[in-house]
Design a protein around this ligand. Sequence first.
Ligand SMILES: Nc1ncnc2c1ncn2[C@@H]1O[C@H](COP(=O)(O)OP(=O)(O)OP(=O)(O)O)[C@@H](O)[C@H]1O
Length: 393
Amino acid sequence: MTMSLASKSLQHQTSDQAAALAQLQLTLQLRFESITLDVEQTLGITGITGIYGPSGSGKSTLLRVIAGLEQRATGQVSLSERQLQDSDTKLFVKPERRQVGLVFQDSRLFPHLTVYQNLAYGAKRQKHRQLSIANILSLTQLTAMQHQNVNQLSGGEKQRVSIARALLAEPKLLLLDEPFSALDKNTKSQMLTIVKNIQQQMKLPMLYVSHSLSELQYIADQLVTVNAGKISPSVTIHRAIDDLNSRGEINPLTSISATVAEHLVEYGLSRLQLATAESLTQSIYLPLLEAQENSPLIGQQLPCIIYARDISISTTKPEHSSIVNHLSATITAIHYRHRHALVTLKVAEQVFYAQISLWSAKRMALAVEHNVYLQFKANAVHSYHYTEPSINA
Ligand SMILES: Nc1ncnc2c1ncn2[C@@H]1O[C@H](COP(=O)(O)OP(=O)(O)OP(=O)(O)O)[C@@H](O)[C@H]1O
């Protein structure tokens, strides 16, 4: 992605905001009738941290405590060495002084004002702002619609205004609570790509709550899981998904970050390269990501997922198959579940999961350490990468 002048200056202006290694220290308790949020954890939150867990587990409450919206919470909260609350010393930094931005699912904007006026209203209260409204409009891709009334905007555009408003306050941490759950897949892809770019340009740590693991796999660097008011340490997104797979808590899936190698425009495919030993380059093909062969995406890492139910196994090299993806792999574990077997395999250091029927597992006499081939269609590889629709489309 080419960086605009506005965003270059923005990066410069916010570089001191960018805590090299942002940390959130939480020792807190908040009791409700249904649940007690009980957290004792120091979380590394550099980049985007996904917050994942079942409904009612306490994700939104956790964000509300960090934002200072839950006065009853006891304990301590600090953000990269700055103490935000400590019930022992009666310290409680008010929400508006925490430098923590919060974006919800429903954008709470002033409906009768334009995009610009909505931002200017918030900006009035920020006396020593370094970022201009123009910077923020450009970063959130709102410049062209700044004079439109917000009630004429789509859901995705309204959410961009909410994010713009939060950024204008120059937060040191941005909390996003299911911000795009009401949007369709295409708009969501666009929004996720915008948020990722904002994070990379501003180096602003973000906590991002979602029910969708595929969304989190695309956007998050690491993941924290919340369960019945308790939270896990943050671990890399791939490791977190592997843990959820092995505990049988999700529809098993393979989580990959692979390098975009080329676009085969005439075939409607893009090729990713899996990091393997040099002599053993393995490619993954997926539906075309960009219409141009020389796209800025080439050379970048693309997060994508493949559901285990979409991967099959062959004991011989599938040379006469129409299926485009076949990878040579080694079985590392087989878990027998109700009516199917979940086979864990390795392609170099990358872990894959294939879900096959018990019948097939038995017929093929699969066992740990067997060398086999994985097969899956290009359409089985999912990514939230967003491409602008071409003018001729
Ligand atoms: N102000 C409150 N008073 C009483 N109970 C509350 C309050 N706020 C939250 N709760 C309870 O705390 C629990 C956790 O709520 P929370 O909204 O944090 O869950 P969540 O993980 O974000 O859920 P979801 O994914 O459905 O949004 C729920 O059982 C909820 O009813």
